[in-house]
Design a protein around this ligand. Structure first.
Ligand code: ATP
Length: 333
């Protein structure tokens, strides 16, 4: 656990970037700092690896005050990923990832093997390993940045707007990959973003900061959407919070009806289309799985030409359908 106790940062010019911040960041989870520009997110993050020194209060990792450690040793145990990846331009991709293991004096073979394994884990084509950063796309560079931060297997990883500079599609892919990776590695990740949707998607917990570095609310995303503590948090979360909260409700217990005859399925049971009155096939629309959210089920209903969302199993086979009435019944419960 990383604990902030009454942490303050006053810059030499008198700016108070962070004001009496107290919160507990649980181990093995993703905690997101979110808030408007200039609210102190980056300052808060960088005080954890002491690239910015706090001016008041205490920060501890697993009970140990970070100031009792030498700053360089502390930083080697904490991965750090920033916007634009911050890769060394004169080093190849694999050498970038190997930076910290080399500093730690690992032997060459082990270092290279680890670097290649990490590149694979973050989803980078290994053919790119000998390229230089400038020869990669922004999204590929970010993957290398994540691999580099993970190289020495740190327990803590700090990520400062890591996906902000890439286009929305790549950004979405990188977010999905981070969630997938985190299911395997279970690091303590502190993630900074100004984008509330990114915070809600990635965070196990979200700390909403207001200007002046004050904590407005610290809660899991579902709670934040359901119960914003004040007008500031509510307006920061934005519109559609009721609808977005459905992301956190599972469709597990949704009552399904049998697959009707009008839904044409292939030999393997996968849905092909809805047969309309003129004997023509209309597209199925979005489908959903049992374990998906109610939001996904609702999307399936809304995109279906006949108002029936198709539920499929892991092999893609249609296992049932759900209509407006059942969905509404579930939403009311
Ligand atoms: N070196 C500095 N000297 C003085 N003030 C600073 C310094 N660095 C940051 N600040 C101020 O501290 C406040 C918080 O800055 P910080 O970068 O932590 O915010 P942020 O929430 O990460 O912002 P953004 O989303 O725009 O990156 C801002 O008012 C900023 O101008």
């Amino acid at each position: 656990m990383i604990e902030f106790e009454d942490v303050t940062k006053r810059y030499p010019d008198g700016t108070v970037a962070v004001d009496n911040l107290s919160l507990r960041i649980p181990s093995g989870q993703i905690t997101v700092f979110v808030g408007p520009s200039g609210c102190g997110k980056t300052t808060s993050l960088r005080m954890i690896n002491r690239t910015i020194e706090r001016t008041g209060g205490r920060i501890s990792i697993d009970g140990e005050d970070i100031n009792t450690k030498d700053a360089v040793t502390l930083r080697r145990g904490i991965g750090y990923v920033i916007q634009h990846a911050g890769l060394f331009p004169h080093k190849t991709v694999v050498d970038n990832v190997a930076t910290v293991p080399k500093l730690l004096g690992w032997d060459k073979r082990k270092t290279r093997a680890t670097a290649m394994e990490l590149l694979e884990r973050v989803g980078l084509d290994l053919k790119l390993a000998e390229r230089y950063p400038a020869q990669l796309s922004g999204g590929q560079q970010q993957r290398v940045g994540v691999a580099r931060a993970l190289a020495a297997d740190p327990a803590v990883m700090l990520m400062d707007e890591p996906f902000s500079a890439v286009d929305p599609i790549v950004r979405n892919q990188l977010q999905e990959e981070l969630l997938r990776l985190q299911r395997d590695i279970g690091k303590t990740i502190v993630f900074v973003t100004h984008d509330i949707d990114e915070a809600i998607k990635l965070g196990d917990n979200v700390a909403v900061l207001r200007t002046g570095g004050k904590l407005a609310q610290f809660a899991p995303p579902a709670e934040l959407l359901a119960n914003p503590v004040d007008d500031f948090v509510e307006s920061f979360i934005g519109k559609d919070r009721g609808y977005r909260a459905l992301t956190f409700v599972t469709a597990d217990d949704l009552r399904l009806s049998d697959v009707p005859a009008e839904l044409t399925v292939a030999e393997d049971g996968t849905p092909v289309g809805w047969l309309n009155g003129s004997d023509q096939l209309e597209p199925v629309g979005a489908t959903f799985h049992r374990g998906d959210s109610l939001r996904a089920a609702m999307d399936a209903v809304l995109t279906s030409p006949v108002g029936k969302g198709v539920c499929v199993d892991d092999s893609g086979k249609a296992v049932g359908v759900v209509g407006y009435e059942t969905l509404a019944e579930r939403l009311r419960s």
